[in-house]
Design a protein around this ligand. Sequence first.
Ligand code: 5GP
Ligand code: ZN
Length: 138
Amino acid sequence: MKDSNCIFCKIANGEIPSRTLYEDEDFRVIMDINPASKGHAIILPKEHAANLYELSDEYASKIFKVAKKVGSAMVEVLGCDGLNVLQNNGEAAGQTVFHLHVHLIPRYKDDCVSIGWKPGEADDTFLDSFVTKVQNIL
Ligand code: 5GP
Ligand code: ZN
């Protein structure tokens, strides 16, 4: 279903024109308006889901295939040194548009893109209960 207040619903379904890199019956891949690097694209499902938790299994199972197909072609054309496939859920994770999308961010040696964290230390006490609780839900 589409959300009439959602800009990515409008772009994905062609109601707002966009520079489209790829389209099929379920997805539109467009160029990011404020690219992190040359060639930065985003994959938009045509059905509204605010985030990964809301995404239907059908779309979830298809979206990585699109990432592979379009990402591989991008890397071939750009001759870039790497590619980040990134998807943010929630403000704390950097999400700014609340229609699920997957970033395809080409990477170049010595580029200015920063995606990273300081490696921490695993906490076995936490992991014992965390793993059990998650397994119980699954
Ligand atoms: P987020 O931070 O939610 O993971 O990513 C949102 C992305 O969408 C950002 O990289 C931003 O530049 C891009 N974006 C936001 N509005 C538009 C738009 O109207 N058109 C396009 N092409 N990209 C957009
Ligand atoms: Zn939407």
